[in-house]
Design a protein around this ligand. Structure first.
Ligand code: MCN
Length: 787
């Protein structure tokens, strides 16, 4: 491949190895003497552990060791933590229970790890794990957050009375109450945001290796942020000192947020390697993934929207109960608070917004960020109620939104965010046109003739991503700032290695990051390597989540490139006997502007290393690093329109068309961006139509623990999406990029549900809108397991 800069539609460099089966995942790693781990997991949602009998398992063939929670405590391994301290309304810190890597006295959800068996094969480890007898004393369980907060609910952690972790608020409460008091019209809804299971294609895995000779630890793991894993495992969990711990996240087959956190299993594999003296590998099977990956969403919300006589929104009041599961995972407190309530102003100039969020422990898997993390939940609340209010007021949903759009930037919302740019009319116009919105009544009439119900719905989303500004996240209770780092190493022959703290696990960084460098210097994209995912190669980084790698990771690379270019220009100026300010870099050459004098890029890079013809006092070499910490988030926004047709006989819904008009600022690679939007919409429609994680309310068993019961979207569930972009460059990073990795999953569920409720004729439907629940909604019954 040649020189391909910003904006080029380049096919992904990394795809050749992925689609030819040459990717290297944790499960592909083999080290001498490697053995296998299998976890003993709780079959109960809530129980006391009275004892663990390993006698039968110990004698089984191939067993090397059986380790439990007492031993992990004896060795001083710390509790898992939540990295974001949220204070309740009264200023009290959150009521956080303890999360041990292996449960010692009590298990709190089905799948909670109790012990680990290390054996010479995966099958033998599993067999022996099945032979470990745990004496459980079952306790009553609670799986729903609203129930968990009721008086008399089973108490899950002693630290959290009535299972309340914190009761938090954001926004201007008094003004919002006043707006509701004086409203010409109030729209009120109860909104359930269904719980999801992430289902990355590659399940989580870890290979822990302790090298006794050097007292050094290495962990290959499926992480979205290996440096954060190293820092947290060293500083908080006492697994290994940071200078003795190397984390490698090689190719990772998707994460969608679920691989941000540090889970018990990688800690246990590293520790077990030291305890047993052998390298220990664990790869989750799909059932373990269903049971023990951090789940997403799971909110129950009541919302009120106040409008005046002129149909301007005057206030939005939101009351949410969020289920955080049995333990608080690393980002779990930030997701239903700052990542949620801060987006409740949507694309609108709401003068007053108030959100109250209560979070609860339940006997379910931990809940944390899942693609969009809080922002899909916020968008769902805002866009469902905006559509519903428009219908109640007899207005066109598009015009009602337009009446309330923010049009002046920067715009300070009542809920923290300061939107730097946007053009919400532009994406709404583009989507209306592409969807032929005006032609809908005729299409509906035609469908009715065939006995079908047709509906159309929209969603005008905004999200905050490029999760970064260290000052902002620090002041909101995060333990660390969220900048990003990069190092650009230019080799003597002119090829370039870029080391980045971002981590690609499907987003195509090897291509887009290389495009930035290729375009700036004018070297072929194939002579640029992107290095990431290894804490021994890249010094420090904050990883990939919150659609931050383009806006923050690439900006760090741009900053390092500025320094590389400045030095290269000095060298060229010296050799060409020109002023460095007159040197321009174009198409792989350094030219004296306005003359025919130039040096090729590789002549300059060679000079940097031969070192004998450099400006006086200049160090040889060409390698620069940078840290980039933006001053604000980026605010991608867009308009999605969905049109559906429902068969009233069966409740089956078909998506006739799905239109997405997004604003991602400057686009680096349109093909990759479109792929990101496609994937996000598929996940959003999966949530709205098909996916629902269900626990049995009484026993706490996960009912949807396999693909037989948990329905992922497939190609034939989805139409061909019509995607387009408008561009208002972001002002808080030098490249003008807004993140695109989550938008599809954020904007699509309300668009689908608005279309479906339009078709069905009433609002009494929850996600996932399965054929059964759609049929029930049409026929006035409610056999909806998810309601
Ligand atoms: N990009 C671009 N132009 C823009 C913005 C981004 O060309 N204006 C490119 C970027 O250079 C990058 C890709 O699009 O190659 C995504 O960039 P960005 O929006 O910055 O998101 P991240 O790279 O930080 O990825 C994180 C985001 C999140 S938060 C989830 S969840 C998610 C997602 O990406 N998980 C994914 N997309 C995923 N895609 C795959 N295949 N697998 C996952 O687990």
């Amino acid at each position: 491949m040649g020189i391909e800069g910003i904006g080029a539609r380049v096919a992904r460099k990394e795809d050749k190895r992925f689609i030819t089966g040459k990717g290297r995942y944790v499960d592909d790693m083999v080290v001498p003497g490697m053995k296998f781990a299998a976890f003993v997991r709780s079959p109960h949602a809530h129980a006391k552990i009275n004892g663990i009998d390993t006698s039968a398992a110990e004698g089984m063939p191939g067993v090397i060791g059986i380790l439990n929670g007492k031993q992990i405590s004896e060795d001083g391994i710390g509790d898992l933590i939540c990295g974001w301290m949220i204070h309740s309304k009264d200023g009290s810190p959150m009521n956080m229970g303890r999360w041990r890597p292996l449960a010692e006295d009590r298990v709190r959800y089905v799948g909670d790890a109790v012990a680990v068996v290390v054996a010479d094969s995966k099958a033998r480890a599993r067999d022996a794990a099945d032979a470990v007898v745990v004496d459980y004393e079952e306790l009553p369980a609670v799986t729903g957050a609203v129930d968990a907060l009721k008086d008399g609910a089973p108490q899950i952690h002693p630290e959290a009375e009535n299972n309340l972790i914190f009761d938090w608020e954001l926004g201007n409460g008094e003004e919002t109450d006043e707006a509701l008091k004086n409203a010409a019209h109030i729209t009120e809804m109860k909104i359930v945001n269904n719980r999801l299971i992430p289902n990355a294609m590659e399940t989580r895995a870890a290979l822990g290796v302790y090298n006794a000779a050097e007292d050094h630890y290495t962990c290959w793991t499926t992480s979205q942020n290996p440096h954060v894993a190293r820092l947290v495992m060293s500083a908080f969990y006492n697994v290994a000192p940071e200078n003795k711990l190397r984390i490698i996240a090689p190719d990772v087959g998707g994460g969608f947020g679920s691989k941000i956190y540090i889970y018990p299993e990688e800690i246990v594999c590293l520790w077990a390697s030291k305890r047993t003296g052998v390298p220990v590998k664990w790869v989750a099977d799909r059932t373990e993934a269903f049971l023990a990956d951090a789940h997403g969403r799971d909110h129950v919300t009541t919302v009120k929207l106040a409008t005046d006589a002129d149909h301007k929104v005057t206030g939005l009041k939101v009351d949410t109960v969020a289920n955080l599961g049995a333990y608080m995972s690393l980002f779990s407190s930030a997701t239903p608070t700052y990542l949620y309530a801060s987006l409740l102003s949507g694309q609108y100039a709401f003068p007053a917004v108030h959100a109250n969020v209560r979070t609860a422990y339940t006997n379910t898997a931990p809940v944390d960020a899942y693609r969009g993390a809080g922002r899909p939940e916020a968008t769902y609340v805002v866009e469902r109620i905006m559509e519903t209010a428009a219908r109640e007021l007899g207005l066109s949903p598009a015009e009602f939104r337009r009446k309330n759009f923010v049009r002046e930037f920067p715009h300070q919302t009542p809920v923290i965010m300061n939107y730097d740019t946007g053009d919400f009319d532009a994406s709404l116009d583009a989507a209306l046109k592409e969807a032929d919105y005006e032609g809908f009544p005729a299409r509906k009439a035609e469908a009715e003739k065939r006995g079908m119900k047709r509906g159309i719905g929209m969603s005008c989303y905004i999200e905050a991503c490029g999760i970064a500004p260290s000052k902002a996240v620090g002041s909101l209770g995060a333990g660390v700032g969220l900048w990003e780092s990069a190092e650009v190493r230019v080799n003597a022959v002119g090829t370039i290695e870029v080391l980045t703290g971002s981590h690609s696990h499907g987003q195509g960084h090897e291509t887009t990051f290389a495009q930035l460098v290729s375009g700036r210097i004018g070297v072929p994209i194939d002579s640029i390597s992107i290095v990431h995912g290894d804490t021994d190669k890249v010094q420090m980084g904050m990883g990939t989540y919150g659609s931050r790698s383009g806006a923050v990771g690439m900006s760090a690379i741009a900053k390092a490139l500025d320094k590389v270019e400045a030095k290269a220009k000095k060298i060229a100026a010296h050799q060409l006997e020109a002023d460095e300010n007159d040197i321009v870099i174009e198409d792989g050459t350094l030219k004296v502007a306005g003359t025919d004098r130039s040096l090729a890029w590789n002549e300059v890079t060679l000079a940097a290393y031969t070192g004998h013809n450099l400006p006086d006092g200049m160090e040889p070499g060409l390698k620069e690093g940078a840290f980039y910490d933006p001053q604000n988030f980026t605010f991608p926004a867009g308009c999605y329109i969905c049109e559906v047709e429902v068969d009233p006989e069966t409740g089956r819904t078909e998506i006739i068309q799905f239109v997405a008009a997004d604003d991602f600022g400057t686009i680096i690679n349109p093909t990759i961006v479109e792929g990101q939007v496609h994937g996000g919409i598929a996940q959003g429609i999966g949530q709205a139509m098909l996916e629902g994680c269900l626990y049995d309310a009484e026993s706490g068993q996960l009912v949807t623990a396999s693909y037989q019961d948990y329905c992922m979207p497939r190609a034939d569930d989805l139409p061909s999406f019509k995607v387009s972009t408008t561009e208002t460059p972001c002002t808080s990073n030098p490249l003008g990029i807004k993140g695109c990795g989550e938008a599809g999953a954020i904007g699509s569920p309300p668009a689908f549900m608005n279309a479906l409720t339009d078709a069905v004729g009433h609002n009494d439907l929850t996600m996932p809108a399965t054929p059964q629940s759609v049929w029930a909604a049409i026929n006035g019954t409610t056999p909806d397991a998810f309601a």
